[in-house]
Ligand binder design. Structure first.
Ligand SMILES: [Zn+2]
Length: 507
């Protein structure tokens, strides 16, 4: 208990001796940073172990209206920036996730671009040429047709060759499994077999993506949706409906470049002022980060002490609940395992793209058009980014989120930049995040409840409203895990991805 009070006192006294942006942090500063991070990651690793997916997708910043002509000007601009960010994210797996903030100055607009890996070599030149193309088309024609959309799609599909290729590779064995099942079941489903076979026969990425786009509202996709439905009886993760669901999901993703090209052109014709004078600028990706080796992550009973206020009357109850969960589900060893993963030298924590853009705008007091503090991203935000936005004093628009925890998430190094806000800035945000993380973990421990169902980071994208209507937000996507596994510490050690986890969630 005494240790906890000392710990808290240290944290709350942070910041004041540091002054403005010291060029090289001294020992006490490093110690402070280490304690801050220790206080942050300890409950985060526990929460990750309790379940790395913290609920359903949320979509607060973007309208689900698909018809661009029915959107407000603010929503047209948000949709335009979001599809631009998607087009820039040329690979699958997290490294190329792209975020864009639009700055408005009296002289021009500036598209500020950040990516999980540096955007300056590939993404910035691509975005420049894409904007030139979009501007040329929307200036030349009042209303674009399929030919113009195809031209933009071709440029983007070519840039995203790596992504399309990975979807193609993931789709192949799934198609074969579906064909095998249909043959065995002797149920042709009105030509579904023949239609599934034609996905293997497409000669180019463009042909594949075009077919996916044209098929989005077909009867075959509706049949796939029916076959994807969860059976009434309990089923395993590799049951056939999941295979059909994945086929539908990947076809949706393959068609998205065409759909996004159409949306971009529709939006651009409503945003002529944006193209008067503009430039594209990359935000430098933060330097590598040495994960601090912090202690105290070994015993659940001491973690819970640090998560509660001093002399909390609830301590016994939480300790008992944790002990119960520990004996059944080996929580202690899983927490240790996940923590070891986090501190692994190969884990390479990153400042996610949307956080880079957020702090870039905040620290320089940059202005958004129509004072709409919206930051676009190619993918929904993770759980930590969502909490960072929510607890940031800049009141930026809360992003759509898939609410997953990545242990490779890290906060920005605000002191590394001369434009840094006050030293208390990051401390206050992290403290507020810790509060939310603790609350979420304590609630789950109190309920002794299992983890939320896992779902894909991205939505299928047939249409946003259709997905919402059909409640198909929980789509399995092993591809995301498969690709990311080499780059990030992934979900593999959270409870729900293990046999024990299934026991946990079935309990
Ligand atoms: Zn994130």
């Amino acid at each position: 208990m005494a240790k906890k009070r000392k710990h808290r006192k240290d944290s709350s006294s942070s910041g004041s001796p540091e002054g403005q942006s010291p060029p090289s942090p001294d020992k006490s500063c490093l110690g402070l940073r280490k304690r801050q991070l220790s206080r942050f990651y300890e409950p985060l690793v526990l929460l990750y172990t309790l379940g790395s997916t913290r609920g359903e997708h949320t979509n607060s910043g973007l309208s689900i209206q698909d018809n661009v002509s029915l959107l407000s000007m603010r929503d047209v601009r948000r949709r335009f920036l979001t599809e631009l960010a998607y087009m820039c994210d040329y690979d699958k797996g997290g490294g190329t996730v792209t975020s864009i903030g639009l700055e408005s100055t009296p002289q021009k607009h500036v598209f500020w671009v950040a990516s999980n890996k540096c955007p300056k070599r590939k993404i910035v030149p691509f975005l420049e040429s894409l904007l030139v193309n979009i501007n040329r088309i929307s200036t030349a024609t009042a209303r674009h047709g399929p030919q113009e959309a195809e031209e933009v799609a071709a440029q983007c599909v070519s840039f995203a060759t790596l992504r399309v290729k990975k979807y193609q590779i993931l789709l192949r064995p799934l198609l074969r499994a579906c064909l095998k099942w249909l043959a065995k079941a002797e149920r042709d489903k009105d030509g579904l077999e023949e239609w599934l076979r034609c996905w293997e026969l497409q000669g180019s990425h463009m042909a594949l993506c075009r077919l996916a786009y044209e098929s989005r509202k077909s009867d075959y996709m509706r049949t796939l949706a029916r076959l994807s439905a969860e059976p009434l009886h309990k089923s395993s993760r590799d049951a056939m409906h999941n295979t059909f669901r994945l086929v539908r999901h990947y076809i949706g993703r393959l068609g998205h470049h065409f759909r996004a090209a159409d949306v971009l052109l529709s939006c651009a014709s409503k945003l002529p002022e944006l193209f008067d004078t503009y430039e594209v600028r990359g935000i430098s990706t933060p330097q590598g980060f040495a994960v601090p080796q912090v202690g105290g992550m070994t015993r659940l009973e001491s973690i819970i002490v640090r998560m509660l206020p001093a002399k909390s009357p609830d301590l016994d109850r939480y300790q008992q609940a944790l002990a119960e969960m520990d004996s059944k589900y080996h929580l202690s060893s899983r927490v240790r395992e996940n923590y070891t993963k986090y501190t692994d030298a190969k884990s390479k924590p990153r400042v996610h793209a949307e956080i880079q853009v957020l702090e870039h705008f905040f620290s320089r007091s940059l202005s958004f058009p129509d004072a709409d503090p919206f930051i676009a991203c190619s993918k929904p935000a993770c759980f930590c980014c969502l909490l960072y936005f929510r607890n940031h004093p800049g009141h930026f628009v809360e992003p759509a989120s898939h609410r997953k925890i990545y242990l490779t998430w890290r906060p920005p190094d605000l002191n590394a930049d001369n434009n840094s806000p006050s030293p208390e800035h990051l401390r206050d945000i992290l403290n507020a995040m810790v509060k939310d993380i603790r609350k979420e973990a304590l609630r789950q421990i109190d309920e002794k409840s299992g983890p939320h169902a896992w779902h894909a980071d991205s939505l299928t994208g047939i249409t946003k409203s259709t997905v919402y209507e059909q409640g198909l937000k929980t789509l399995e996507d092993p591809g995301e895990t498969f690709v990311r596994a080499g780059e990030e510490v992934e979900d593999s050690k959270s409870l729900q991805s293990t046999p024990k986890a299934r026991a946990f969630s079935d309990h």
